[in-house]
Design a protein around this ligand. Structure first.
Ligand SMILES: NC(=O)c1ccc[n+]([C@@H]2O[C@H](COP(=O)([O-])OP(=O)(O)OC[C@H]3O[C@@H](n4cnc5c(N)ncnc54)[C@H](O)[C@@H]3O)[C@@H](O)[C@H]2O)c1
Length: 278
């Protein structure tokens, strides 16, 4: 029911945005133009602040705390979503950059987390619902060895990250390798889960940004010569913006993308094509 003196929109469907960082905020703001938004983060204050900002602009937003790596926390989130009548859009944006954690932690947040969240929220998806998982160009440049590939079939398993650590050579147990594997695993997850989502009339898609101007991205430039080289080779000769990615999330979540599922959309200014052609 509408509440007087507020911008509540009970007539709008719910968008669940996981991650209240730079890109998550841009996505929440964009989806908030046509959806009620539940802003979710492990950092509750950050989620509250983003939700408050949306409400101040005339949106209908609330905040929830969730650690996507903990099944009981994700189940609590699913109960919150169920209490709001299910969801139309799930945007899983939260993720750690290659320099933001150790090997296992990055895999837990970037891969096990989205696997737990999509598994818990699938029963709440309805006809026309869509899940968009933010992956990365890194997923496309990674080549998985068979030992790694065989562990990516059940990323929600609590031991996936530790088993992957055992499967790679000690010198490869770095944040960068974990980041590549995690995003590669997200693309596999979308391909595999499209069947289950399709049975509910719902879609699941990954979105792989190239270099995007975010506070997280800027922090990486300072200590990554590889990233500076990638920047130099991007055909459009600039970083993408958070607005461009939010636009794409909005499109993928909408009925205009109603036949796109189980696949990845790459938004990298042409960089992957350049890398492939040498
Ligand atoms: N910036 C780029 O160039 C670029 C490129 C490709 C992909 N990406 C992807 O974009 C996504 C997010 O970017 P961003 O700029 O919003 O990052 P950010 O660092 O600003 O925000 C990440 C958010 O995730 C939250 N988080 C961390 N661990 C969590 C957990 N266990 N449970 C719930 N929330 C958790 C953090 O509190 C933070 O608010 C990531 O998935 C990243 O891999 C970024």
């Amino acid at each position: 029911m509408h509440r007087l003196g507020t911008s509540s929109r009970p007539d709008w469907q719910l968008a669940v945005v996981i991650g209240a960082g730079g890109l998550g905020t841009a996505v929440a703001r964009r989806l908030g133009q046509r959806h009620r938004v539940l802003v979710v983060d492990i950092d509750h204050e950050r989620a509250v602040s983003v939700a408050r900002g949306l409400c101040e602009e005339g949106g209908d937003a609330e905040a929830a705390e969730c650690d996507v790596t903990r099944p009981e926390s994700v189940d609590a989130l699913a109960r919150e979503v169920a209490a709001r009548g299910g969801f139309r859009v799930l945007a899983h944006v939260a993720g750690l950059s290659p320099v933001a954690g150790g090997f296992e932690h990055i895999l837990q947040v970037n891969l096990t987390g989205p696997a737990l969240v999509t598994r818990a929220l699938l029963p709440l998806a309805g006809q026309g619902s869509a899940a968009i998982l933010i992956a990365s160009l890194a997923a496309h440049t990674y080549r998985a060895v068979p030992a790694v590939e065989s562990l990516l079939g059940d990323p929600a398993h609590p031991h996936t990250a530790s088993r992957l650590a055992a499967a790679v050579a000690p010198e490869d147990r770095t944040g960068a390798t974990a980041y590549h594997i995690s995003k590669y695993g997200l693309l596999s997850l979308c391909r595999r889960e499209a069947q289950a989502w399709g049975q509910r009339g719902a879609r699941i898609v990954s979105l792989s940004p190239g270099l995007i101007a975010t506070p997280m991205g800027a922090a990486e430039f300072s200590n990554s010569p590889v990233k500076r080289e990638l920047y130099a080779r991007t055909p459009l000769a600039r970083e993408g913006t958070m607005l461009e990615i939010a636009d794409l999330v909005e499109f993928l979540a909408s009925d205009r993308a109603s036949f796109i599922s189980g696949t990845d959309v790459l938004a990298d200014g042409g960089l992957y094509g350049t890398l492939r052609s040498g």
